[in-house]
Design a protein around this ligand. Structure first.
Ligand SMILES: Nc1nc2c(ncn2[C@@H]2O[C@H](COP(=O)(O)OP(=O)(O)OP(=O)(O)O)[C@@H](O)[C@H]2O)c(=O)[nH]1
Ligand SMILES: [Mg+2]
Length: 318
């Protein structure tokens, strides 16, 4: 499923929106001064209301989207804040509609057309300025969320482990996605989705941010994105350990995290000792993205596990 935030238009700030509305209104010509003033206000008001409506409608209904996306959006920007912002746009729209009616009524009978028109413009502008923080927040939201990962409904492998252990290096080596790799922790700050083939099966592989060994309530928003992938989308997890400790974290802490993850997420786990070019531990499957050691065996292991996961799923269905 893919929430297409690219369809959500860039949100103008209050100045830009008013500018757009009043510019459109300034082009109006009419046979009398009174009619011109009425049409100007109606035009400006419609431009603003249509625009606010377009923004409101472009957002999905946050109660109905899958929990993975709902929680991810909540981590990245906060669903309550989005709701509040959209609520304020709806409020502004109704205020503007109310003011427009009042001033059109007044314009029909006033002798001082220019004064009433100016007052109407002033009151409409003041409403739009009031929601400026919300307009700016929604623009920030849109820019953040248009990068949401597009997940497909195909077998999914999630790569997890401590920061800096080599998760991205592996995902980049075996799939279509190439996020940034570097020698410091928390290089990966979001979810990256790549594709690769196992036999004739297309699979999805997700590179996640590193996890530290600590309780959920202490986890930062970057780590919580990795947790979401394990909770909602993983058919198989590849858990990467770096026994060389070049990552900067003791192996003991990494093993403790592995135990916690096993307890927390009922997903088949392939445990891997990465950076095999830097150590001589032999307990688990050894891989190195630098020498290529163990990569084919890992893909074969993924193939086998996916087969048994699919079999289990079929058994459950029948
Ligand atoms: N020697 C050696 N270094 C490796 C290997 N794989 C990765 N590295 C190095 O380890 C460092 C971290 O690699 P990343 O792939 O960015 O690690 P990560 O787990 O994605 O890190 P975060 O995104 O910060 O959680 C980089 O300097 C890589 O070059 C390997 O097989 N051998
Ligand atoms: Mg990474």
């Amino acid at each position: 499923m893919n929430l297409n935030y690219k369809k959500v238009p860039t949100t103008l700030n209050s100045e830009e929106l008013l500018d757009k509305a009043f510019k459109r209104a300034s082009k109006i010509s009419a046979s009398s001064e009174r009619l011109r003033a009425i049409t100007k206000i109606t035009t400006a008001s419609n431009v603003i209301q249509d625009y606010l409506d377009k923004i409101i409608k472009a957002h999905p209904s946050y109660e109905r989207i899958p929990p993975f996306y709902r929680e991810l959006i909540d981590i990245l920007v906060g669903i309550n804040k989005i709701r509040q912002a959209l609520g304020s746009l709806a409020w502004a729209k109704s205020q503007i509609s109310r003011l427009t009616k009042i001033y059109i009524r007044e314009l029909k009978k006033t002798k001082d057309i220019q004064r009433v028109r100016k007052e109407a413009y002033g009151r409409i502008s003041s409403v739009v300025h009031q929601i400026n923080p919300h307009l700016e927040f929604l623009n920030h939201t849109r820019n953040q969320l248009k990068q949401l990962p597009a997940l497909m409904d195909i077998p999914t492998v999630v790569v997890a482990g401590f920061p800096n252990v080599g998760k991205t290096s592996l995902v980049s080596m075996i799939s279509t996605v190439h996020p940034k790799i570097s020698s410091y922790p928390f290089t990966t700050t979001g979810i990256h989705v790549g594709f690769f083939e196992v036999g004739d099966q297309q699979c999805q592989i997700i590179d996640t941010p590193g996890l530290l060994d600590r309780p959920l309530e202490k986890r930062n928003p970057i780590e919580r994105q990795a947790i979401l992938c394990l909770k909602y989308v993983a058919d198989i997890m590849v858990f990467i350990l770096d026994p060389s400790t070049h990552c900067g974290y003791p192996l003991e802490d990494q093993l403790h995290l592995l135990q916690e993850v096993k307890r927390e997420f009922p997903v088949p786990i392939i445990e891997v000792n990465a950076k095999s070019d830097l150590h001589s531990f032999h307990e688990r499957l050894r891989i190195s993205t630098h020498t290529g050691e163990g990569i084919d065996q890992l893909i074969e292991e993924i193939r086998k596990r996916l087969k048994s996961v699919q079999k289990d799923a079929q058994t459950e269905t029948y």
